[in-house]
Design a protein around this ligand. Structure first.
Ligand code: QUE
Length: 336
């Protein structure tokens, strides 16, 4: 059987290749373990000067295997569900701790867990086909995999905007936003992958294209004004007070997500601005252990990948109806 993750040495590079293309490389526990072990080995190996992560067949990585996680919750196997997130977040930390360049080649979908696998590394190469998003509020979760560290550090309030709405950002725009570090045309990606193990990361500059203007440039004032607000209620007020198509579209996007998830996502992102990555991942693990038990997660995954009806029945059904005390209880220090 084909390995879901392929690991090998190639010149000066340690290679990690995602190989579950039919599921858009959605991460499973065994994949996360293989990636983490490879990162630790490459980190210690003096012959390895850089690590190259790619997924050449289809997309980059759609996130986690949320169908299996939902089945785990329904079966009452919470230890397995929490264990997956624990292993995934440890792998995210291993990317950050590699101690040498980590280059991700992103030529398609890069969402959720795919961002966690790439964004903590030094080099994230996006092509025109790359699409980045943190879509967790659509499945009743929150931006995790270290996103509570990364998103608050994006320009202005872009991180709160992406993290709450799940808005997608593609190609060169992903470099402007900060998910990617370089823009390389897809037709040159294979040549870059061949050159990197021989020539090292300096060769990236020879492949990177200058960036066209950021398509969100015109929307930055409203994004920063609204999503920089100190509460969810105030974000809603500021968007509602702006009649532009962008503001009304963002408001509609917010209202389509799990209302509870919007509230706990706002809070974890707010807190993450003042935390280290390790602290963020620990806080995310404490939060995810609670929210996967919430009905929103089961319903969100049902609507997105089980029935694919895209009409989740959220409970409570509106942002205004969410009880602040319930949200606070998810952040209270619980049993260890
Ligand atoms: C939120 C998510 C995920 C998602 C959709 C969301 C996610 C994920 C997938 C996904 C997509 C295609 C597949 C697959 C999984 O969708 O994490 O197996 O073929 O993996 O709104 O977090």
């Amino acid at each position: 059987m084909e390995q879901s993750v392929q690991v090998w040495r190639d010149g000066r590079a340690g290679r990690i290749r995602l190989n579950r293309p039919k599921a858009l490389n959605a991460l499973r526990l065994e994949m996360v373990g293989l990636i983490r072990a490879a990162l630790e080995d490459f980190g210690r190996d003096p012959q390895v000067h850089l690590v190259l992560i790619d997924a050449p067949e289809r997309g980059f990585c759609a996130g986690g295997d949320i169908r299996s996680l939902r089945a785990g919750v329904l079966a009452g196997d919470t230890a397995a569900v929490t264990g997956f997130f624990r292993a995934e977040y440890a792998m995210n930390q291993s990317v950050a701790d590699l101690g040498k360049p980590c280059v991700a080649l992103i030529d398609g979908i890069c969402m959720g867990g795919g961002i966690g696998l790439s964004v903590h590394g030094s080099h994230r190469i996006a092509t025109e086909k790359a699409v980045f998003a943190m879509p967790e509020t659509a499945i009743g979760l929150f931006p995790d995999v270290g996103a509570s560290h990364v998103l608050p550090r994006l320009p202005g309030a872009l991180g709160m905007y992406f993290g709450l709405t799940g808005a997608q950002v593609a190609g060169a725009d992903a470099v402007h936003a900060g998910f990617a570090s370089h823009f390389v045309p897809g037709e040159r990606l294979a040549a870059l992958a061949a050159a990197l193990p021989q020539e090292g990361i300096a060769v990236i500059a020879e492949f990177a294209s200058p960036l066209p203007a950021f398509s969100l440039h015109g929307a930055r004032p409203i994004i920063d004004a609204a999503f920089g607000a100190p509460s969810v209620a105030e974000i809603l007020r500021r968007l509602a007070a702006d009649s532009s198509a962008f503001a009304q579209g963002a408001l509609a996007q917010l209202r389509a997500q799990s209302p509870s998830a919007i509230h706990w996502s706002f809070e974890i992102l707010r807190q993450g601005g003042g935390r280290s990555l390790a602290e963020c991942l620990a806080a995310e693990l404490a939060l995810v252990s609670q929210v996967v038990m919430h009905a929103e997660f089961l319903e969100g995954v049902r609507a997105v990948v089980i029935d694919k009806d895209k009409s989740p029945k959220w409970q409570p059904a509106s942002l205004e109806a969410v009880d602040p005390a319930t949200i606070s209880s998810f952040f209270a220090p619980g049993p260890a």
